[in-house]
Design a protein around this ligand. Structure first.
Ligand code: HEC
Length: 133
């Protein structure tokens, strides 16, 4: 007669399979994660444009997290303003003068690319047209 695995045996087999899968995943993913973190942090610091007050920005904006958190971001001046204010809420300490210099550096060097066409306006007109039918 064929071997009939009871519930207990099935659970045990599932458990072993699960453990093996997790171990395999960990082994294959862990080294890559470490690698990425390393490469990313390094690339981000090097990628920052050379401009006045870069040193100040790096000094002030790496006290709690790495450059990688914000270096690849592209934001408008308003958005950078809000970001710096948010960081002040979290504990960033800067003088008014430093605030201005940091805002100038970020909004000048990490600005969003120009968008010649304006898709949002066109999209909203379309939506209205469909809604009005
Ligand atoms: C006192 C600690 C501290 C300092 C200094 C600091 N940050 Fe942060 N920052 C945080 C914490 C904590 C988070 C994650 C929590 C969150 O996202 O709300 C964060 C998240 C961020 C994020 C991602 C989340 C978001 O709001 O977009 C950006 C971008 C950022 N920081 C930029 C900056 C810049 C630029 C500076 C320098 C002007 C700076 N940080 C200085 C604490 C700090």
């Amino acid at each position: 007669m064929a071997f009939q695995a009871n519930t207990k045996t099935k659970r045990a087999i599932q458990g072993i399979l699960m453990a093996a899968t997790m171990m395999a995943l960990e082994v294959s993913i862990a080294p890559r994660l470490l690698d990425l973190t390393h490469v990313h942090a390094q690339a981000a610091a090097d990628d920052l444009p050379e401009a006045p007050n870069k040193a100040l920005v790096v000094k002030k904006c790496t006290q709690c997290h790495s450059v990688a958190v914000w270096a690849s971001q592209r934001r408008t001046q308003k958005s950078w303003d809000e970001t710096i204010a948010k960081m002040q809420d979290k504990g960033l300490v800067v003088t008014d003068d430093e605030y201005d210099k940091i805002l100038t550096y970020l909004s000048t060097n990490l600005a969003p690319p120009p968008t010649p066409s304006a898709p949002p306006a066109a999209a909203s007109v379309k939506t209205n047209a469909v809604g009005g039918e």
